[in-house]
Design a protein around this ligand. Structure first.
Ligand code: GLY
Length: 303
């Protein structure tokens, strides 16, 4: 097999983002992909790179993750995030985590500690504090836009449960190691305690050096039911090209459970694909020696 290409692919969430905000979201994805690539070029692992890219998106209030996360029906932030590396199939996740600035870092701490794969709610917060993470002042993470989205949802003017703006990244390093990371505030107006696909290995996030890596976005309940990230990677495993696998997985999401969403996918050689069945999914790709490009492929039609 030829040497893998170091690459970072990020998404800023599937949804229906107006043109002017979509351009900003693509720019945010480009910044995140570049930051992830810098980690790879400095000798970091695929896992370090995917995590770094997601941190950048969590810090960007434009996206529904970390700062700017959407609010529960009680007006609070509850965060879901996960990381997975494809060499040892190690994973770490937090679910329904109260406000901490970078939940993906806490997911990484869960992975590194290795005792459990997923921590939730108050237990996740206690774990984070024990690992030296400081809880954030909720007011510092709640944006005017997220308050407005909740108000709109309460007035019944927004689609119940829309999960636009979830963020994620997949990375391949020069050794061919693969990793994926995903982070979200979930869906607007969700019940407190609701957990979506993003922290669940195999649903929102999956990586296996023997096949590929995937991060998903969209309707979490539907993505959980089809195990979307694992489905896409397994389609690579049986020999589909990344583009075919991504399309087939999203087609399954639509056909089997009527789900909407998207994903970014990498194969073992660092060949990538992005696919979605919503109107928009901001995304970007960073490869060594090449300009960072955003919005490279068109959405999947007819699913
Ligand atoms: N895909 C994000 C969520 O539904 O929570």
């Amino acid at each position: 097999m030829r040497a893998p290409h170091p690459v970072v692919v990020v998404h800023g969430g599937a949804g229906d983002v107006p043109v002017e905000r979509h351009a900003e979201a693509v720019e945010g994805c480009r910044r995140a992909a570049r930051a992830g690539l810098e980690v790879l070029l400095a000798g970091g692992s695929a896992l370090d790179a995917a995590q770094r890219a997601v941190e950048v998106l969590e810090d960007d209030p434009l996206f529904n993750a970390g700062t700017g996360a959407c609010l529960t029906e009680a007006g609070e932030i509850e965060l879901d995030a996960s990381v997975m590396e494809g060499t040892g199939l190690r994973a770490g996740a937090v679910a329904a985590l109260p406000p901490f600035r970078n939940p993906v870092r806490i997911a990484r701490a869960v992975l590194e500690e290795g005792r459990h794969v997923m921590m939730s709610g108050p237990g996740a917060a206690a774990f984070a504090r024990s690992m030296g993470f400081e809880p954030a002042d909720p007011e510092s993470m709640i944006t005017e836009a997220s308050r407005r989205r909740l108000e709109t949802w309460k007035q019944g003017r927004a689609e119940a449960g829309w999960a636009g703006g979830t963020v994620g990244a997949v990375a391949c390093d020069a050794s061919g190691r693969l990793a994926a990371a995903t982070s979200t505030g979930g869906r607007v107006g969700k019940r407190p305690g609701r957990v979506g696909d993003s922290p669940v290995p195999g649903a929102g996030t999956f990586a296996d050096d023997e096949a590929g890596a995937c991060s998903c976005t969209g309707d979490g309940e539907a993505i959980l039911r089809v195990g979307l990230a694992r489905l896409a990677v397994d389609l690579l495993r049986v020999g589909l090209h990344a583009d075919e696998a991504a399309r087939a997985a999203i087609a399954t999401l639509g056909r089997r459970v009527g789900g909407t969403g998207g994903l970014v996918l990498l194969d073992r050689r660092g060949r990538f694909a992005a696919c979605w069945n919503t109107r928009t999914m901001s995304h970007a790709v960073a490869r060594a020696g090449q300009p960072v490009v955003g919005d490279i492929v068109a959405p999947l039609q007819d699913v």
